[in-house]
Design a protein around this ligand. Sequence first.
Ligand code: HPA
Length: 234
Amino acid sequence: MTPHIGAEPGQIAETVLMPGDPYRARWAAETFLDGAELVNEVRGMLGFTGTYKGNRVTIQGSGMGMPSLSIYANELISIYKAQTLIRIGSCGGMQPHVAIRDVIIAMSATTITSPSSGIFREVNFAPTAHYDLLAAAVTAAKTKETATHVGGIYSSDVFYAERPDLDEQMVRHGILGVEMEAAELYTLAARHGRRALAILTVSDHLQTGEALPAEDREKTFGDMVEIALEAAFA
Ligand code: HPA
């Protein structure tokens, strides 16, 4: 047990999927895993362990934002020895060719700051996905109808941004979407020699102002979860 995860040692699998929303963790576990069991409910941040095609996997909520994800990812890595951590989340689209419902596989995650940035002092570290996972996710995505984009994303500290000029620079530099967690996950995985990837569903669009209707979310989210599971065990 850790301060934030109540699972016993051995109850967390080496492969962990991390949605921001704990209820999505429950939905994904009930929908895609066999024999899913609740292994954490501390602070309502639900975690489940089951199997996918015979492989053990945990789906653990991370909460929103890098400080929250950092707590769960640190404990999963250091105490439970998680080896593969895949964020499955939503993001805001930032390019005209990226549409609502599309999936983004994040090669890199740009930030202004993250819980880890103090370590780097004057260096701008480049948080990067694990290549084998990234390549496996791209292969898995080809079996889906959902359009997939691979490239850089922006991990922001704020959902309600007050600096449109920053978004403009991200768009100008080809950033595909904005979310709030991946950069810290990639940095922690790099530090500890683990594999990490973020796969995101575009739930809203910064340029068009469109947002995914709630009833449409499940199907698109499902493709993302399957891409993550196939990539993890490829
Ligand atoms: N901004 C930041 N995080 C997000 C967004 C957004 O527009 N959509 C989903 N996660």
